[in-house]
Ligand binder design. Sequence first.
Ligand SMILES: *Cc1c(COP(=O)(O)O)cnc(C)c1O
Length: 352
Amino acid sequence: MTEKGFVKIKLRDSLSEMEEYVPGKSIKEVAMEFDFDVDGIIKLGSNENPIGSSPKVVEAITRHARELYIYPEICSPDLRQAISQYVGYPINNVVIGTGGDGVLDTIVRLFVDNKDETLIPIPTFSFYELVTKINGGVPRFIQRGEDFSVPIDELIDSVNDKTKVIFLCSPNNPTGNVMEEKDVRRIAESVNCTVVVDEAYVEFADRSLLHLVKEYENVIITRTFSKAFGLAGLRIGYAVIPEWMFGEYMKVNQPFGVNQMGVVAGIAALNDRDHLNRTLDIVSRGREYLTSNISFKVYPSQANFVFIDVSPLKSKDVALELLKHGIIVRDCSSFNGAGDTFLRISVGTDEQ
Ligand SMILES: *Cc1c(COP(=O)(O)O)cnc(C)c1O
């Protein structure tokens, strides 16, 4: 609320109970806080690609750098065409947005009216809660089991007339486990709302549920170029959606949500399968190494990070101690439903 002269401006009610998104720490922040050289810091807090972006992407951006003054083509058909080939769906099932986050935002804006609800099995990616609230919806939470699997019966029983979107993350951030196909089928068949399966980490996993979009009118798969494709800084995400949603998504989505450098970079990244395969090799080796060499309980992960229970210690203390050594990991105590003993460590290079 601000008050200057006669003007009284009030923010939307839905914002009053919102907290700011807590990201992993940046290299700059840590360098300043602990007086380190930027190059000496090991960043394993945000699940970025350990070997960086493909050199072919850098080359493509350099080649197109002079075109910055031109608007990208509306809805980026060239990038969507390239994604369409990658996922094996027609272009009218493929939509894009400003990062996976941008895609999730558009999806919520498609389905969630004021006071409508979303269902979120926690702990999970905290943006689902945030984006629901931003759009005036009400997030409802279901606690995952001991092994962080989703309690399917409880989830289905919790759906009511107000429920518009269910967020399933597979592999789940921050716990690393995946959804069973039969469970997602059962959910999709039992509910009258949209089921989002967030596959941000799918390239690192042994399965995808992409084929379910062909079978169900209410299943959406969301993905991103930020993780396996190493383009977190460019903000490109996409979704594979049932065709009936396509026109509606296009109405609600920002027309130029992916910029022209994102378009050329995304296409170049999809064309560099060697870089992707190198990334997957390093991550699978590093994940195995971390899983068998950390002396706390490490949960089995199908993503490019491991989830660790450091009890009886507190995650914030362990994270701080690692920061003093120049190592950034993610203290998960800011994740709703995660408690205060979990750390998430991104898989880095062998050297890291
Ligand atoms: C990183 C991530 C995303 C998307 O990130 P963007 O950088 O916005 O593309 C989506 N879902 C999960 C679970 C993630 O971890």
